[in-house]
Design a protein around this ligand. Sequence first.
Ligand code: SF4
Length: 379
Amino acid sequence: MHLYIHIPFCKQACFYCDFHFSTNLSLKDKMVEAICKEIELQTDYLKNKKLQTIYFGGGTPSLLSGPDFEKIFKTISNFYDISCLKETTIETNPDDITIDKINEWKSYGIDRVSLGIQTFDNDLLKFMNRAHDSKQSINALDLLLTNNLGNITIDLIYAKNAKEFDIEKQNSILINDIEIIEKYNLNHISAYNLTIEDSTVFGKWVNQKKLEPIGEDYAAEQYEILIESLTSQGFEQYEVSNFAKNGKYAIHNSAYWKNEEYLGVGPSAHSYNLDSRQSNISNNSKYIAALESGKVPFAIENLSISDKVNDYLLCGLRTIWGIDTKKISQIAGRIPQTFWDTLDILKNQNLVIQSGNSIKITTQGRIFSDKIASDLFFD
Ligand code: SF4
């Protein structure tokens, strides 16, 4: 099984971010206690207690101290079997990386670092209100590589909605970002198109007409640059937003795309056990208060057969592994004729290919994967 741990604190709020976090760290110690309590209380959520992956996400898990990690790892090993762990990842921000932290993380078995670089362009970093600059990103990469924590994935953001940065400028920034990455010979990159959510600072600016959302063509152009540059460097695009070399796929994230079960702990974390989805409350104080009284504060959504099939389609079609019609039959019992009719249309449009039971998206269909999945959805 897979364990996700949400650490809901950040130094400052990035203007595009709609994840759950607080910039007030006064509750950090109580939060660590509450997360440990939830790890204990959720012991029976999934039948298989053998952990394959642990993923610290957020927020900014690199803000946790050594003793915080010690408590969490001790709790995990008290209640779960970690003898088969394949991957333990921590999301970090470049300005948090120090030799001491790297050594601490390694001592707890953390063997993969997700580094939130986003871009190496300082003006864009400032525009997004990131807490770091490009020098800190370079320093972080150098420190991780020279201190033997070289299993690194980088987060990049492209298609930023900034009028000040026209398409030519943004294209050249993206190309420069990819050239810097090439020098480090990394094995994994996640690259996301910046989308604007209403609840964010950028969302408010768009509503106040201070920021103009950029068109889809603009994002598509950058996506193409990204795919071309990274594939020419030997990366395989194994998911719509994820690229790997040497088969170094993200094991934890791949579990989501392969429809495997996982437990998520911490405020706003989600869990999935094939029959239902649970989502924890997105409020730090209420989360802590509930755990102090011995309860996990979550909402549950029981999944219908259509929900299960549609989740499988949505995630599977984003990946090189695609979907298997046998698996759909296992979930649904019977595949309706409308599915096959739509599939024929998509095949004629060269958006998907079918080989026996396997259906995959074509290179041409990649950018439309969500739309293609929704065309195939069960009612
Ligand atoms: S550091 Fe990450 S989680 Fe925190 S505000 Fe920025 S993008 Fe969001």
